[in-house]
Design a protein around this ligand. Structure first.
Ligand code: B1M
Length: 211
């Protein structure tokens, strides 16, 4: 039986959506285990993309093409598996903070987290503290991730952390923040658990926070 996994990984890395679909379909047809197709083909390819992006060897458009190729493969495989068969690395509630509409970076972070096996609940843009709170109560994530691209909206992150304290939930969830104007110093200042400078680092940070 041909080993499809390496070829699927390579085509995810190069963002060849049609080829990933074709190979995934062939792998399914040849009787390969759907969970193995994900864990040994699709996700390892995206992990390489994450590492290269973090190292500055790949750029946003290429990463988006890879993510789309991976998702096309996922779409074929997912209906074949019971959800409980796919081990989740943990739940992350992710959003762009109140007053801020920038979501390209946040969505990239979401894709990287999903590629690393996290279940992502995306609360969208312009998400105020109450929206994060509501989502935390509903989904009980291990981590919340807040993104801000404007210096004027950064402080909304602090408001969310303060609301979590008021509600007695601060020690139940880790807080990860990021976005162009954000720094480790700012994260320390507002009492976040971690700062990630890019999408690849965000996935690594989430693993650390939940370890
Ligand atoms: Co806006 N914008 N924008 N904009 N915009 C910036 C951010 C700006 C730096 C441009 C500039 O003046 N040079 C500037 C902010 C200045 C400041 O505050 N320091 C700015 C401004 C001023 C504005 C408006 C106020 C303009 C106006 O209307 N007068 C307005 C505000 C609207 C609002 O939000 N309320 C506005 C609007 C817009 C558009 C709607 C037109 C559009 C957004 C479209 C969209 O997102 N759907 C837009 C865009 C595209 C940009 C730039 C050009 C690009 C942002 C981007 O997507 N980068 C930006 C200038 C720039 O950055 N060069 C700019 C690519 C993306 C992959 O990177 O988002 O940094 P980034 O995400 C990275 C990391 O930061 C990190 O990982 C990502 C991947 O590596 N990261 C996280 C991000 N979130 C993370 C979360 C994490 C961890 C890591 O954990 C949770």
């Amino acid at each position: 039986m041909p080993n499809y996994y390496e070829e699927i990984s390579q085509n995810v890395i190069t963002g060849q959506l049609d080829r990933v679909k074709q190979l995934t379909q062939q792998a399914i047809g040849a009787g390969n285990n759907p969970v193995e197709i994900i864990n040994q083909g699709l996700i390892p390819g995206m992990s390489v993309v994450g590492a290269r992006f973090k190292a500055g060897q790949m750029y946003v458009p290429e990463v988006l093409m890879s993510a789309r190729a991976m998702n096309a493969g996922m779409d074929l495989v997912k209906p074949l598996i019971l959800s409980e068969d796919i081990p989740s690395a943990g739940k992350v509630v992710l959003g762009t903070v109140k007053g801020d509409l920038h979501d390209i970076g946040k969505n990239l972070v979401g894709m990287m987290l999903e590629s690393a096996g996290f279940t992502v609940i995306n609360v969208g843009v312009d998400a105020g503290p109450e929206k994060f709170l509501q989502s935390i109560k509903e989904h009980q994530p291990g981590v919340i991730g807040m993104s801000a691209l404007l210096t004027t909206t950064m402080l909304a992150m602090k408001d969310t952390i303060e609301l979590l304290k008021e509600e007695g939930l601060r020690d139940k969830v880790k807080v990860m923040i990021g976005g162009a104007p954000i720094s480790q110093d700012f994260a320390d200042e507002i009492g976040a658990d971690g700062f990630a400078p890019d999408a690849g680092s965000a996935a690594d940070l989430c693993k650390k926070l939940l370890a």
